[in-house]
Design a protein around this ligand. Structure first.
Ligand SMILES: Nc1ncnc2c1ncn2[C@@H]1O[C@H](COP(=O)(O)OP(=O)(O)OP(=O)(O)O)[C@@H](O)[C@H]1O
Ligand SMILES: [Mg+2]
Length: 214
């Protein structure tokens, strides 16, 4: 459309099916949406309607037996569904990042918070361990975690549920500057802790070129 910026992300006709012993589950069956630079897009749907499977598929993270049956995921002009694994590794966590639905299971129990926050940044940019830790501490403070330097040395089981959620929000911010999404419905909640988590995400994500939530 004239005058509209080109979309940063355009999903066209996405279909993802699970081939199970009991038949085919059409988890995602023809999804289209676009996100412009600077735009925040919310996608609402009932439980089981395919929000998480769609978002995982954008970076080809939907696990087997998921099959991408049709569609295109155009991100800055590249169709992510047709890129090599090597190319996707350059994009994941750096140009496009994700806050997973359940921070309790998406954090690795045997790695410290510091290791988990810094590994993507170090892998993508090669910055020193100390510089990455400084950035991680900055982000923990931004999401409202007190004494960030001490928290970086702790493990997930030593944190409360709310803290794990905030770490889950801070983690993709460490290295990504372009695009991020979160797969949860917490923004609709009226509970104060969930509202705080939403506010954390908004302040953390304020520098990103696009955001969306499911
Ligand atoms: N491994 C799998 N095998 C078969 N079906 C699956 C598998 N994983 C997900 N599904 C199905 O895909 C559909 C979409 O699931 P999805 O997790 O995307 O829902 P959602 O919209 O994120 O739900 P919620 O709001 O509860 O998070 C559901 O019907 C689910 O049962
Ligand atoms: Mg979900």
């Amino acid at each position: 459309m004239a005058g509209q910026p080109a979309p940063l992300l355009a999903v066209e006709g996405l279909k993802v099916h699970f081939h199970t012993r009991d038949g085919v589950v059409r988890a995602v069956d023809g999804v289209d949406f676009q996100v412009a630079p600077g735009q925040t897009l919310g996608i609402v749907g009932e439980s089981g309607s395919g929000k998480t499977v769609s978002s995982l598929t954008l970076l080809r993270l939907a696990p087997p037996p998921a099959r991408i049956v049709a569609g295109r995921v155009l991100f800055e002009g590249e169709d992510l569904l047709r890129q090599s694994d090597k190319r996707l590794a350059q994009i994941r966590g750096r140009r496009m990042a994700m806050i997973f639905q359940n921070p309790a299971t998406s954090l690795n129990p045997i790695l410290s918070i510091g290791q988990q926050l810094t590994e993507i940044l170090r892998w993508h940019t090669g910055v020193s361990r100390q510089a990455a830790l400084d950035r991680a501490a900055e982000l923990l403070a931004l999401v409202g975690i007190s004494d960030p330097a001490a928290r970086l040395r702790q493990y997930p089981h030593e944190l409360s549920g709310g803290m794990k959620q905030r770490v889950g929000i801070a983690r993709p911010c460490c290295a990504s500057r372009r695009c991020c999404w979160r797969t949860s419905r917490q923004q609709r909640s009226t509970s104060p802790s969930r509202r705080r988590s939403w506010i954390c995400w908004r302040s953390c994500a304020s520098g990103w070129r696009c955001r969306w939530c499911w």
